[in-house]
Ligand binder design. Sequence first.
Ligand code: ASP
Length: 345
Amino acid sequence: MKIYKFGGSSIKNYKRIKNLSKVIKINKNNNKIIVLSAIGKNTNKLEKVVNNFFIKNKKNTYIQVLNIYKNHFKMIKNLFIKNNFIFKYIKFFFNEFIFFLKKKKSIKYHFIYDQIVGSGELISTKIVSEYLNLIGLKNFWLDCRNYIKTDNSYREAHVNWQQTKKKIKKINQNLFYITQGFIGADNNYFTTTFGREGSDYTASIFSFCLNAESQTTWKDVPGILNADPRFFFKKKIFKSLSYKETLELSYYGASVIHPKTLYPLKKKKIPLYIRSFIFPKKKGTLVSDKYINNVITSCFIVKKKQKFIFFYKKKFSFFLEKDISLIFKYISNYKINFFNSKFSN
Ligand code: ASP
């Protein structure tokens, strides 16, 4: 079985969805699972809904929801004929969404976040699955919350591997499925998420549990580059990289792949391809356990809006292990992304 992952930009408008169907047609084999993100930048928009909901700004909450609804509606108008069931489905989906917002009084931010933000993937997969079926690419829509089981650490869920493996192994490996990235479900069937950009990780979970033949991430870049194409004109593509090198790149902020993605693949030696959905015939980058002596030695990563925080003790004394552990405790409690720091005495 092959696992494909397509991010938000690969389905950001109806033309891109049509393009995705061409990529699928070129790669004809039937037995695959496609893991999809939310459409375009919808996850950001859904985050705004959550934030407005929490500051009790009803007007802005509903304006945002309406805006998201309109965008999806416009998209399906370009893909389906009028009486297709998807129109009713989208209306129903958003009605339920509004119902949830009206009824939910929970003050648990992370819980509400996952229920709202996770819906971006549910809707995008439904649209793409229906469209592919319409054009003859027969597939099954899979609600991954029935397969990926997690604890209830909302926004940063941990996979219950035992339960997840048992469930995923039941999937018929001869068929073609479309499913959601980024989300799972806890034991009470509430939606949980893996953190931003978590769809890559979802793909790896499926690959691991199914002993996949390979995993492919389809991106708008031709593969893994040694410099961010948004900032650098001259860049080179890596034809192959080891898991370790790729982990280093992603850890230091190259937006290639979610760092959690690599461990399940490395453990089962499943090759990962990074390829372009714009030039689907090109080979892209192969990530595997082979260490290749790359001729490209330097990589350039640009990270904007970084903050350096220096800690020192008020009383003239040394910064000890227990001080450091206290800081890390807060960093972890507040789910702060932590890249690099210096502790000075
Ligand atoms: N849609 C989620 C995000 O934008 C997850 C993903 O795309 O990987 O972060």
